[in-house]
Design a protein around this ligand. Structure first.
Ligand code: PMP
Length: 434
C-alpha cells in the first residue's frame, strides 16, 4: 500500500505516522456526486441557511463593520471575544447550564473544539468511548490523534449505561487508559436519538463512579420539534463534563463559530492549544454573531429553523412509511437533522450506494459512523437541506433501489451481487432539475 501511495505522492515517506490515519470520510468522498443537481441528496448535513432573512443579516453586518470595523478586522483574544462569551452564557441557559464566561473558549466551529480537547487530553493509544454509531467528524479527530476508539451500544433511549459500565470495567482490567466518553445526547448525529433525562443521569452516574471525563457535543439541542429543549448533561455535572456548543445550526455554519465550556484548569490548556492552532478565532465572525444575538430575534429564527426541519422530517418519515419495503426500520427523530435506517436483512448499504446514485439519490452508508466495520446494513438519511417535495422524490427513488437490491439478492445471493461503479457525472451536462 505504501508503494502504491508513494507512486502517487512522493512526499508520503516523510509524513508523520499519524498522517496515515487521516483519510477522507465516506461523506467527503460522496460530496462530489451528492452535490449534483439531478441527485436528491439525503447525504450531507448542511443546515438550510436559506431560511435566514439575508437582507436583515446584510444590514446588520454592514452596520457592525461601519461601527466596529477596526475591531472586527483585527486580531483578537485567543479565548474569544469577552462580550460574545457573556452572550454564549445566555444561549447555554436555554439548555439549563449556568456557567462563568471565563470558562468559555470560542472556537472555529465546534469541530475545532473537538480537535483542541483531544489534543489536550489524548496520547496515542488512549481510549475514547463513543456511541454506536457516532459522529463521523469526531471519529476523524480521534483517528488523527491515534486514539483507540471503542463503541458502546446504543438503543432507542441512547447510550446503554450497563454496557457502558461493562466496557469501562473490561478496558480498565486490560490496563487501558480511558480519556473521554464522547456523547451527543440530543438529536444525535447520525442516529436521530435523544436520551431522556433519567438515561442521562444513569450515564453520569457511571461517569462519576469511574472518574470518566464526558465530552458532551450539543450542536442540535435547540432544534427540538416540539419546542422543548433537553437539559444538557453539563447542567447537572459541571465538574465531569466538557460541553461543546455551536452556532452552525442556530445561525449559520459558514460563520464557523462554536465554543467549548470547560472546568477552569482545562480551559487554560484549551486556550493555549487554540493559540498555537489559529492565534485567535475570527474576530469578524465573532462580532457578526455577537451583533446578531444582540440586535436580531434569534429565538424566533431558531423557531423558523425548527418548523422548517419538522416539515422535512415529516416528509421523510411519511414517505418511508408509505414506500419502504418491509423489513426496513428507522428512528423517529424529535429534533435535529437525521434519521438512521436499518435495511432488510442481507443488504449492504455501501455496495448499494452506486446503484442508488445511478437512480439519482444519495445517502451515507452506515459503516462511516463506526471504526470497527459495523453498520453494513444501516445508513443515514438527512432531511435538513432538500425541500419537502425533493425529499418525497428522494425516498421514492431510494425505496425503488432497496426493492431492486432485494431482487438482486434473491437472484444472485449475497456473495455474487453485481458490482456497480459510482457514476461519473463529469461530462454530463447538468439537467434542469432542482
Ligand atoms: N458535532 C456534531 C455532532 C455535528 O453534527 C457537527 C456538524 N455536522 C459538528 C460537531 C461540527 O459542527 P461545527 O464545526 O459546524 O460547529
Amino acid at each position: 500500500m505504501q508503494q502504491d501511495g508513494s507512486r502517487l505522492d512522493p512526499w508520503i515517506s516523510r509524513y508523520a505516522a499519524r498522517a496515515s490515519s487521516m483519510t477522507a470520510s465516506e461523506i467527503r468522498s460522496l460530496f462530489a456526486v451528492a452535490s449534483r443537481p439531478e441527485v436528491v441528496s439525503l447525504a450531507g448535513g448542511m443546515p438550510y441557511v436559506q431560511a435566514l432573512d439575508l437582507d436583515m443579516l446584510a444590514d446588520g453586518f454592514a452596520k457592525m463593520i461601519r461601527e466596529r470595523g477596526a475591531t472586527a478586522l483585527q486580531y483578537g483574544s485567543g479565548q474569544g471575544d469577552p462580550f460574545l462569551r457573556e452572550q454564549i452564557l445566555e444561549v447555554m441557559a436555554e439548555v439549563g447550564i449556568s456557567a462563568n464566561a471565563d470558562d468559555v473558549v470560542v472556537t472555529t466551529g465546534s469541530q475545532m473544539a473537538l480537535d483542541l480537547v483531544v489534543r489536550v487530553f489524548c496520547d496515542p493509544g488512549d481510549v475514547v468511548l463513543v456511541e454506536s454509531p457516532s459522529y463521523v467528524g469526531a471519529l476523524g479527530v480521534f483517528r488523527a490523534y491515534e486514539c483507540e476508539v471503542v463503541h458502546v451500544p446504543m438503543e432507542e433511549q441512547g447510550l446503554n449505561p450497563i454496557a457502558l459500565e461493562e466496557t469501562v470495567n473490561r478496558l480498565v482490567k486490560e490496563g487501558k487508559k480511558i480519556k473521554l466518553l464522547y456523547t451527543i445526547p440530543s438529536y444525535h448525529n447520525p442516529a436521530g436519538i435523544t436520551q431522556p433525562p433519567e438515561r442521562r443521569q444513569q450515564v453520569l452516574d457511571v461517569a462519576r463512579r469511574h472518574q470518566l471525563a464526558v465530552l458532551e457535543d450539543d450542536p442540535y439541542g435547540l432544534l427540538g420539534f416540539d419546542g422543548k429543549v433537553p437539559r444538557a448533561m453539563r447542567a447537572d455535572e459541571p465538574n465531569q463534563v466538557l460541553y461543546l456548543g455551536s452556532f452552525s445550526k442556530t445561525i449559520a455554519s459558514g460563520l464557523r463559530v462554536g465554543w467549548v465550556l470547560a472546568p477552569h484548569g482545562v480551559r487554560e490548556k484549551l486556550v493555549l492549544a487554540a493559540e498555537s492552532a489559529v492565534l485567535c478565532p475570527s474576530n469578524f465572525s465573532q462580532l457578526a454573531v455577537s451583533d446578531y444575538l444582540q440586535n436580531q430575534p434569534w429565538r424566533e429564527q431558531i423557531a423558523v429553523f425548527r418548523d422548517t426541519y419538522k416539515l422535512r422530517r415529516d416528509a421523510l418519515l411519511d414517505t418511508m412509511k408509505l414506500l419502504m419495503p418491509a423489513g426496513t426500520t428507522w428512528t423517529v427523530p424529535t429534533g435535529g437533522f437525521y434519521s438512521w435506517v436499518t435495511l432488510p436483512e442481507g443488504i449492504d448499504s455501501r455496495a448499494m450506494l452506486p446503484r442508488a446514485v445511478n437512480s439519482l439519490v444519495a445517502y451515507v452508508p452506515g459503516t462511516g459512523f463506526y471504526v470497527d466495520g459495523q453498520g453494513k446494513g444501516e445508513l443515514r438519511l438527512s432531511y435538513c437541506y432538500p425541500t419537502p417535495d425533493r425529499i418525497v422524490e428522494g425516498v421514492r427513488r431510494l425505496a425503488g433501489v432497496v426493492e431492486q437490491e432485494l431482487d438482486l439478492l434473491a437472484t444472485f445471493g449475497p456473495d455474487a451481487l453485481p458490482h456497480t461503479e459510482m457514476p461519473n457525472f463529469a461530462n454530463t451536462p447538468a439537467p434542469n432539475v432542482r
